[in-house]
Design a protein around this ligand. Sequence first.
Ligand SMILES: [Zn+2]
Length: 333
Amino acid sequence: MIDYIGIRKILEEKTGLAKFNSGKTNIISYCPWCELDSTKNHGHLYLECIDNQNQMPVFHCFKCEDVNKSKGTLVKLLRYLRIDPRKYISEDILNSKSSERNYDYYKKSLTVHKHKINTQNFDLYRLKKQYIISRLGYEYNIDRIPRLIFNIREFLRENKIDLKDKNRFIDYYEKSFIGFVSDDGTMMILRNIDNNSPYRYVKLALVENKNFFKDLYTIKSGQTKKGSNTIILCEGIFDLLVAINNIELQEVKNKSCIWASVLGCGYMNAISSALDRCKLTSSNVIILSDRDKNENYYWKIKKHPSVLNLEVNWNKYNKDFGKLPIGLIKKYF
Ligand SMILES: [Zn+2]
């Protein structure tokens, strides 16, 4: 059995709008991928209502199914909205052949690619070390930066990573860039140490990413307490590294469980991914924003089904948090 009445209710709660069509063959709701800021009186996400103990219903969004992969089984939809499928779908259907693959897929969809990272002699790379110090300060303990790579050529060779059309740039990367490997090991973000170069960042795919959740670069701050959870998001890796040790942000740090750089995947996706890493279903969210994102942008994020309270900070002295000094301009949504 599937509790469609309950599903309609929870879809309405999470997305803002969900109705049965006249024949009760579908629930039509706002799409949680593309319509959370919609004010129209109809949505584009269609979920079929069938009751057959061997078949898992499917859904799709007419607007964004190709772009956001917003199609699949009811289990996928519920899990995206952080709803336990067992609340609405009986065991026999969850265990039926048609849903087996999908249910398992979303349960165990995370593969972490562990790369070999040799101990690095930072002193061999004087200019790279100097660059880090200039960004983070003399007292910063470089050894504690997760998966920081100076010897890029060796890293790629040791792990047999083929950059394909980018292989020809390896000498350039080795000479002028420092690298950071993402949490799940699917990518390396390179930062040019020459501030005058127009190529400031390069994103290298290390393996094909088949994970359901987006890869991030995170540091756990270990403050998880039941009932009082906060995640902190920022755009770039230097925003994270600079801000996490800054005195202005200690109060924020003390109530957070994870700091995440979203690596260009967008905040909506990053929230689901960061929560999954902390085994949370919802949390308060604090964003350290770039100056180019204004308030309107954040009203949409506030509607994310897993966000309890949203606080956004801008740095009044710089365009982002990757550069000192830091002074906070706060706004609550
Ligand atoms: Zn959509």
